[in-house]
Unconditional design. Structure first.
Length: 154
């Protein structure tokens, strides 16, 4: 069922589950869906009603996190100082990396395929590429002399 077709309380439960799961799995500790349910103030059955497997939960958490980063990058595209926007966002990406990697590692360990997360990652990469291009056009960042561009995949 699409999120917009869920009852309001179900949407609220889903948001709380995702926030709790991001906190639990992003910490890098050995975590459980029971801990997620506890932090979200829902029963374990509610967690599995929304996310039938741990892998589905982890992928949803990772996609949500990547989409949030993409939205933040896109919001900076109109910044008056493109160089400051890029460096500030890059610092935010670096600070966020440990949690993102912990969630991605848990997703891989759970047997998830990461297809949706990969799509979200490409969208984030494109948004960061736009920030880089704007900073280069403003003269705040030098264009690479060794062949990397905003469209190069890492």
């Amino acid at each position: 069922m699409a999120n917009d077709m869920m009852r309001a309380d179900a949407q609220d439960n889903r948001r709380r589950i995702l926030a709790a799961a991001e906190k639990v799995y992003g910490s890098g500790e050995d975590a459980s869906t029971e801990r997620v349910a506890e932090l979200a103030h829902v029963g374990i059955a509610t967690v599995f009603r929304h996310f039938p497997t741990k892998a589905a939960l982890l992928e949803a958490v990772l996609v949500t996190r990547l989409e949030r980063l993409r939205e933040q990058a896109q919001a900076l595209l109109g910044a008056a100082d493109p160089g400051a926007a890029l460096t500030g966002f890059f610092a935010h990406l670096v600070a966020d990396a440990a949690g993102k990697l912990a969630i991605a590692g848990a997703l891989q360990a759970s047997g998830g395929d990461g297809t949706d997360a990969e799509r979200a990652s490409y969208a984030l990469h494109a948004a960061v590429g736009e920030l880089l291009t704007r900073a280069q056009e403003a003269g705040a960042v030098r264009a690479p002399t060794w062949g990397w561009t905003s469209s190069t995949r890492c």
